[in-house]
Design a protein around this ligand. Sequence first.
Ligand code: ADP
Ligand code: ASP
Ligand code: MG
Length: 820
Amino acid sequence: MKVLKFGGSSLADSKRYLTVKDISLASHQEGGAAVVLSAPKGVTNALSLLCEQASAGKDFGELYAKLGMTLNGIADDLAATLPAFRRARLASFIDTVLIELKQHLEGIKLLQCAPEQIVAKILSLGEYVSVNLFSEILASLGQKNHIIDPVSYIVAEGDYLDSIADVAVSKARFADFIYDKQETLIMPGFVAANAEGEKVTLGRNGSDYSAAILAACLDADCCEIWTDVDGVYNADPNQVEGAVLLDKLTYQEAMELSYFGAKVLHPKTIGPIAQHHIPCLIRNTLNPSAPGTLIGKESSEIWTSVKGISHLDDMTMFNVAGPGMKGMVGMASRVFEVMSNANISISLITQSSSEYSISFCIHSKDADKAQNLLEDAFALELANNLLDPIEVRHELAIVTLVGDGMRHSKGLAAKFFTSLAQARVNNVAIAQGSSERSISTVIERHRAKEAVKVVHQNFFSNSHSIDVFLVGCGNVGKELLQQMARQQPLLADRGISLKVFGIANSKKLLLNPQGIDLQNGWAESLAGADSTFSLDRLQEFVQQNSLVNPVIVDCTSNEHIASQYVDLMSAGFHVVTPNKKANTCDIAYYKKLRATAQQTNRQFLYETTVGAGLPVIDNLQKLIFAGDELKRFEGILSGSLSYVFGKLDEGLSLSEATAVAKESGFTEPDPRDDLSGMDVARKLLIMAREADLELELSDIEIESVLPSSFDDSGTIEDFLTNLPKIDDHYRQLIDKARAENKVLRYVGTIEKGHCRVALKAVASDHPLYSIKDGENALAIHSHYYQPIPYVIRGYGAGATVTAAGVFADVLRTMPWKQDI
Ligand code: ADP
Ligand code: ASP
Ligand code: MG
């Protein structure tokens, strides 16, 4: 025979009860079934809340009435579906229960306190209604059935509200249990009796345990736990996208996973079934054809190493420490005796090898009691400074990685902690069981979701997420979004989930927790958005949505945004940008950016600030890291000026060349930004600083394309109208160069620690002679690269190549699979 347990999630309404009936009867016909039932969904929570309301002296009438309606509602619906359903009989049972409940609650309200033995009686009422409902369903269909009252059979000890069964004694009680094999057995879960015969409960979520006890008592062939998911997954499928269903788990693995928070199974369940070698299947009431997860002696052949990750929420950690701890025999046992005497269960323990401290975690609900008891127990040591004041840390969670195969695999702990570091989750304490079946870390509670998510991604789904927030939707920003939209499916195929969660311009911020649709309507949605860009808002969003790899992409040229990079990285964002402002600010901020990136384990990537998509910064950094030294640098760093000077070669005047460049979109909206030389100076400064030169923007010698005598004031139109005034000046310069077989180029140079941006006439054998049409060229003369320099050339401007470069940087924020 089998024991089948159906949890509250399988008993939400009359329809579910009928599904449970179908599954149970099919099983009964196969070889006999004993059915253990929880209360209908939400009923135990309601009963618990009623106790709280009454003991606080509050009016509980509304909730009480709602509960009555829920229970009678299910009965009414069943009566409407099943013609032979004895509604009146059930109505009188529910009435009796409700009257008993009301009497208890009124007593509690009067006393303003709820004795545990009364609470146990109250909490178990839901299970009794549930079995009576079910019994009536079976009876209405002519199916014989028998309700087992656990109070007469299951003996347990401990707290009234969290007892542990004595399976041997309980089994003995079943020895003379006789029943007709035609009958389906039904038993309320969650309930037992203590040695005095008083009703106790087995702890919240304890019906699974009841099923295991009954399976052991009846020598069942199998214990089936029917719930609302297909089985045990490697993480809570309702919290972790892509959680994978496990085919098999050993008893120990299941114990460890459930102990550390996988509530699909109550941790106490494993004891009786493992001891009596009863296989246990976790199955889905809503999908009965799914095979489920088998818990038994055998381990999965598919998942051989790490099986799952779970977390325990709402933990408090105590640290007992002090000079008196060293060598003091029995300290640990005294600490734990205090906890055990108070029936406080400890979830995790760590002790420093120096013996100066013992840390342990308990559920936060017990924290105040534990603190008082510890302070009483060690009052003498505390008074004599042998112990430091007991440290208590609230709002923690324990995240645990579980798997039998972990014993034989190396590097798992490293991968675990690297994953946590990737999400910038701080480890408060860590513990590994000597069985090496689990590794646990204690972390701040509000980071638990991110921690589980990132560990799951790295261990199981082999996928990584990049969570983008774009600021600035000009040419480059828009192009980037288009490129990302095109690439999203391809990246997804490779296990990279790239989503843009936020888009901001100077006025609005659009956020979407599902990720913004980049193909349709984002611009309209942004125009209609009601928030504006702020670090606080972004941080709140990242936290609410448990994003683990947030990246800010700053496609503005805005100084104000650039000044926030340090704060953004401190808040957990990687920063990717083609904006040159941050890297050309004062050197103190420049250094702070790098220090922050290092401290916060975040990336600051700005490859496109020099040479757009050309790999300039990356290559320069690699050379310098490899011990190379910049001797001299010479380059055309501006796509706009490369274009303008190329046109001068072709015979156009400066004003004509500028107009064509502007029309073709090669210049900044205001061409003075290019012609002033400032843009090139910034790029040169970025290069120089990469080569360890501690320079400021004011140290760069800039010879503007515009002669100092030229009045460049006024509007863009004024400026363009005035520009022909210097055409002659340029004509002369070009003629002079041409006479020497040279062309004019606007060149940035770094030499002997000095940076200069200036016009230069170069001969045909010079590497920059042929650089025009928007091309950039950079010649790096270094210790390793001489006499022939290291040359990088290609398009160094334009939205397409710049966006592609930014995109490449965005992808670099993802820790590659082999790195972890
Ligand atoms: P029941 O009412 O049937 O006892 P529970 O709500 O107690 O159901 O347990 C089922 C829930 O356990 C699932 O809905 C799921 O959210 C949660 N859960 C947590 N961890 C896991 C896991 N590793 N695998 C499957 N479910 C899990
Ligand atoms: N009804 C009880 C609870 O909600 C027991 C159970 O469902 O497992 O805790
Ligand atoms: Mg449950």
